[in-house]
Every structure is written in structure tokens, then in C-alpha cells.
Design a protein around this ligand. Structure first.
Ligand code: HEM
Length: 442
């Protein structure tokens, strides 16, 4: 039976809740939980709903576009990113997903641990005890280095890998601003920020197009993700066109480059604040690795590493805003929702729900200890989304984070700079603004 729709307080006559959403971002979405599981807001004059009930959010996120299609956030991304997995819908999305996902599957991964470890070693190779670094930016760069090297491992692609690595940060800042600022006007002004964004976009697109052309010309299997995407065939036996390949690669670079590094930055921030957790991590590394470098066989034995990763994915999830649009009228949690309505889901807010996680703002890796984790509803733990829309890169992200955690702390202990307050910054995804930390040898 339909109930009276709970509405959020504080909407302005013309702008509705846009100023609250743009100004307070994640905090605004977190507050919506107090008003109900499905709460009406206004984006300008257009009604929209914030979904804070984890079970309903799961239903909304997991649909492949039949009932809940990509919403406004993604439509703004489409002209920038094209039609890759991150932005497409319906049968086309399913076709692409069947072709892309095998490249990330555990049983046949298009990446190898040795190459990834090499990337980590070379990024921290110049680090010395006593240096103070912004670990947020360092980890972002490492995240991008890992995804680019796994996508294109060929030595002939080194120049393009560098182009992608050097342009992605400006590109993603621009994409982030474009997704939270509702008007298109700002984007057309000839200001330095727009010039930087346009230059980064051109460089990125040129590099990706060039690598694809080079891989086609060379015809060798480079045992990387791009080679697997080129080899992939749809049910009719057709490969992806060059445009489809370009869109998928861009989607992967953006989705992978704007997430794994952020979570890694938060991991070291949390470890810096929780010496006991850091000590237990060191104990585990000493015991399992005993001074060796990490191999693929070690990863399943690093249980505490996994607990730290899960707890950081929960407390500092990058997915602060995911949007969908209803394709038909329906009811959610008893609330009638018309066709064509925008729905807002904050994965970050869902994972901080006190109804699911006791003392949710506390960093507590032991929530995920085997005996305690049993009492948590695993079907509501959605740090990578759900269903046919679940993150395609989850296996790669998890392996990347575990490898970094099994490498960097064997060399250095990262100490927070006293007096600095780390802030959450929600643009396209949620990251830390700055995490200054000083290196100590171990
Ligand atoms: C810690 C790291 C990561 C987190 C927390 C994360 C989280 C997410 C979430 C929540 C979604 C679902 C969005 C939605 O429902 O609309 C998603 C989708 C996606 N992610 Fe990730 N992600 C991470 C890393 C990666 C990496 C490394 C890649 C690729 C290399 C990647 C590629 C994708 C793609 C392609 C999608 C769209 C999937 C689809 O709609 O079919 N992600 N991710």
C-alpha cells in the first residue's frame, strides 16, 4: 500500500536541493538516512529520490538497465567517455560486459603479479626514510600506473602509457567537476581549468587510439587486458570495433584510475592513525613472507591484509554518488516513483549505516575477522556495487591493494604529519584532499 512520501527538508524554491548536494555532497546524502529509506528531494524543479535503505539500493544498483537505467550523472559522462561499460545500458551493455569481464576473471586474468609488483617497486624505488610525501597523490599515481600497465604491458606502448599517466589526473578532475556542477555553461568558458581539461582529454584519447592501432598492426598477444579485449568475440563471433575498444579502455582507465589509488591512500591514512592495526599487519607480513617478496601463492594467506582492505572499502568507499533513472513507474519501499525519475544512491553512505555496522565511523578491521564477520549481512556489503552492474575490475582492484599492502610496509612505516587534518573530497569519486606522511625505515 503506497505511503506518504517522506521528503527532505531545506529545498530552495528554484534550485531545490542542488545547493545542498553540490555544497555538502556526501554529508548531505548521509543525512537523508534520518528521513527514511527512500526520500524525495528536488534537483531544481525536478523531483528525485535518495535511496538509503541498503536492500532497496541493492535492487536498484544490480539491474542492468531494464527498470533502472543510467541516470543523469552518467549521461553527463557519456559525451566525455563514450559508450563503455561505465556509461552504457541495456543489451549493448550486456554484450560489452560479456566481452570485457573475462579479462578480469581470476581464472584467466589478463594481468600478472610479477609485472604488478615491478610497477610498485619502481614507484617506491626513489623513496627514502625522512621524506614527507602526499600519500593521497602518490597512491593515486600508483593506482593509475597499475591499471595502465595491466591494460597495455607492451614495451612499445611505453610512450602512450606515460601520456595516459600524465593526463589522467587533470582529465578526472574535469570529469569530477562536470558531474557535480549541473550547468554546462561553466564548461565552455575559456578559463585555464577548461583548457587543462581539454588538453588532457585530447592527449588521453590520442594515446589510447594509438595503442589500439599499434596492437592491431603488431598482432602479437601481449598477455594483457587490451590483447584480451581485441581477441574477445560477441555471440555472433564479431570483435569490438575500434571505437568500442577505445570507449571500453577509457572507461576502464577512468573507473580503475579514480578508485583503487584513493582507497590505498585511505588505507595508509587509517594505519597511521591506528598503530595496533599497523603492528598486526607487520606481524602478518613477517610471518607469511619472512623477508621474501610477495608471490601469488601468498595472497590467500594474508587474512589481515584482506580485513584492512574490506574495512577501508567500507569506511572510505569512493562511490559517494551513483545515479539511476527509472524506465517505468514502480514502488520502492512502499513509495510510488514515476517513470523517468532520477534515483541517487551513495555507496559510501550505505556502508556507514549504523543500522548495519555498529559504531560505523570507527576503523575496525576486526569486523571482518572470520568469527565476527558472520554476524554482518554479507549481501548488503556492496563496496563494488551489485549484479550485472557490479564493478568489472574488482579482482584487479583487490589484487592491486593486497600487493601494495604486502610490499610497501615491508620497507617503510608511514607516519602522519602531526597537526594535519585529512578531509574527504567528493568529486567524481570520494578521495582524501591531502595525506602528508613521513617515511620511516623498517
Ligand atoms: C577499490 C577500487 C574500486 C572500487 C571501490 C570500485 C567500485 C565500483 C562500483 C561501486 C561500481 C558500480 C557503479 C554502479 O553501480 O553504477 C563500479 C563499476 C565499475 N568499475 Fe569499479 N571500483 C574499483 C576499481 C575498479 C577497477 C580497478 C576497474 C578496472 C580496471 C574498475 C572498473 C569498473 C567498471 C568498468 C565498472 C562498470 C561496470 C558495469 O556497469 O558493467 N573498477 N566500480
Amino acid at each position: 500500500m503506497p505511503q506518504l512520501t517522506p521528503a527532505a527538508p531545506g529545498g530552495l524554491p528554484l534550485l531545490g536541493h542542488i545547493p545542498s548536494l553540490v555544497g555538502r555532497r556526501l554529508s548531505f546524502l548521509e543525512e537523508m538516512r534520518d528521513h527514511g529509506g527512500v526520500v524525495r528531494i528536488r534537483l531544481g524543479r525536478t523531483p528525485a529520490f535518495v535511496i538509503s535503505d541498503a536492500r532497496i539500493a541493492r535492487e536498484v544498483l544490480s539491474d542492468g538497465g531494464t527498470t533502472f537505467a543510467r541516470g543523469r550523472f552518467f549521461r553527463k559522462l557519456r559525451p566525455l567517455l563514450g559508450d563503455g561499460l561505465g556509461t552504457s545500458d541495456g543489451p549493448f551493455h550486456m554484450r560489452q560486459r560479456r566481452m570485457v569481464q573475462p579479462a578480469f576473471h581470476h581464472s584467466r586474468p589478463g594481468y600478472d603479479i610479477e609485472t604488478m609488483r615491478g610497477v610498485i617497486e619502481s614507484r617506491i624505488g626513489s623513496w627514502r626514510a625522512g621524506m614527507t610525501l602526499d600519500i593521497a597523490r602518490e597512491m593515486d599515481r600508483l593506482g593509475v600506473a597499475l591499471i595502465t600497465k595491466t591494460l597495455f604491458s607492451s614495451d612499445t606502448a611505453a610512450g602512450e602509457v606515460r601520456d595516459v599517466q600524465e593526463s589522467i589526473a587533470d582529465f578526472m578532475v574535469g570529469v569530477g567537476i562536470r558531474t557535480v556542477v549541473p550547468s554546462d555553461l561553466l564548461e565552455r568558458l575559456p578559463i585555464p581549468a577548461n583548457r587543462r581539461f581539454n588538453a588532457a582529454r585530447d592527449r588521453l584519447e590520442h594515446a589510447i587510439t594509438k595503442v589500439i592501432a599499434d596492437y592491431h598492426a603488431d598482432e602479437r598477444d601481449h598477455h594483457d587486458i587490451l590483447s584480451m579485449l581485441i581477441e574477445a568475440r560477441d555471440p555472433e563471433g564479431l570483435p569490438m570495433s575500434d571505437q568500442e575498444l577505445r570507449d571500453e579502455v577509457l572507461s576502464l582507465v577512468v573507473a580503475g584510475g579514480d578508485t583503487t589509488g584513493h582507497v590505498l591512500g585511505w588505507i595508509f591514512h587509517e594505519l597511521g592513525q591506528h598503530p595496533e592495526a599497523e603492528r598486526r599487519l607487520h606481524d602478518e607480513l613477517d610471518q607469511v613472507l619472512a623477508g621474501r617478496t610477495v608471490t601469488a601463492d601468498d595472497l590467500p594467506k594474508l587474512g589481515y591484509v584482506e580485513q584492512i582492505v574490506n574495512e577501508t572499502l567500507r569506511l572510505r568507499n569512493p562511490g559517494w554518488l551513483v545515479m539511476r533513472r527509472t524506465t517505468r513507474a514502480l514502488e520502492l519501499g512502499g513509495v510510488p516513483i514515476p517513470a523517468g525519475t532520477e534515483l541517487l544512491v551513495s555507496v559510501s553512505a550505505l556502508l556507514r549505516d549504523p543500522a548495519v555496522y555498529a559504531d560505523p565511523m570507527r576503523f575496525d578491521p576486526d569486523r571482518w575477522a572470520p568469527d565476527r564477520a558472520k554476524s554482518l549481512p554479507r549481501d548488503l556489503f556492496l563496496p563494488f556495487g551489485a549484479g550485472t552492474r557490479k564493478c568489472a575490475g574488482e579482482p584487479l582492484a583487490r589484487i592491486s591493494m593486497a600487493l601494495v599492502l604486502a610490499t610497501l610496509p615491508t620497507r617503510f612505516r608511514l607516519r602522519p604529519v602531526p597537526g594535519h587534518r585529512v578531509r574527504e573530497m567528493a568529486l567524481g569519486t570520494m578521495s582524501a584532499d591531502k595525506i602528508p606522511m613521513t617515511l620511516e625505515s623498517r
